[in-house]
Design a protein around this ligand. Sequence first.
Ligand code: FES
Length: 103
Amino acid sequence: MLKRLHIEQQQKMLTIDFEGNTLEVCAGETVAAAILAAGAEYTRTTAISGAHRAPYCQMGICFECLMEIDGVPNRQACMVEVREGMKVNRQYGARGLVDEKNV
Ligand code: FES
């Protein structure tokens, strides 16, 4: 399990919803970092075998961190900064088509 090395006392904290659970996260960190720090072991499952995948590169290269963020699938969690009230879900299996009304 990953965890933060330290949190500055002055660090601003936000809350996000991760699969129906409220998480307190540090402002300025990415969704991927916040989810890993919360103890989640994976962020998506593969389309064929359903194997668990978790953020790897943390810089937008590997696409292992794809999640549904605020109702939009296929978001790279390592490239999205947390914001208050954000709703985040794991992405299970094959991606769906993005509803253009929600983009
Ligand atoms: S962790 Fe590799 S693209 Fe997000």
